[in-house]
Design a protein around this ligand. Structure first.
Ligand SMILES: [Zn+2]
Length: 137
């Protein structure tokens, strides 16, 4: 019997968020049911021009995971206070408004690419804070 996996999870490499992401997915009953791709910035890392070289690796891995694990969904988890967001923030101050804009932009970009490549699959876009508050985009 083929195992049923449900999703690939794209998240950031930030050490502070590993337990937060883990617990979030556990609460969603996804333990043992997702494949993980963890990279600086999550959606920012695979969409921003600054990190262009990383993008192909992500899509190649996602494609491989579809074939190997028969996944149907991509769950993207970005987080507040992200170093990658700070790197691409051209404005001097890293305000909450600028920060949210950077995340929204990365979500719009990844969703657009995703829908074009995989019109039949689903995508979820989440932004988590250090206090585990989850925002859906
Ligand atoms: Zn980060």
């Amino acid at each position: 019997m083929k195992k049923k996996y449900q999703a690939m999870v794209l998240s950031c490499m930030d050490p502070r968020f590993q337990p937060i992401v883990y617990n979030y997915l556990k609460k969603k009953k996804l333990n043992g049911k997702y494949s993980a791709f963890t990279i600086a910035g999550s959606a920012i890392g695979v969409t921003a021009n600054k990190f262009k070289k990383w993008q192909k690796s992500f899509w190649d891995n996602f494609n491989t995971s579809i074939k190997l694990h028969d996944i149907k969904k991509l769950i993207v988890i970005n987080h507040r206070d992200c170093g990658a967001a700070k790197i691409i923030n051209r404005k001097k101050e890293f305000t909450r408004i600028n920060e949210t804009k950077i995340h929204r932009n990365s979500f719009q970009k990844i969703k657009k690419i995703f829908k074009k490549k995989y019109p039949k699959l689903k995508i979820e876009l989440k932004l988590i804070s250090l206090n585990s508050k989850v925002e859906t985009f």
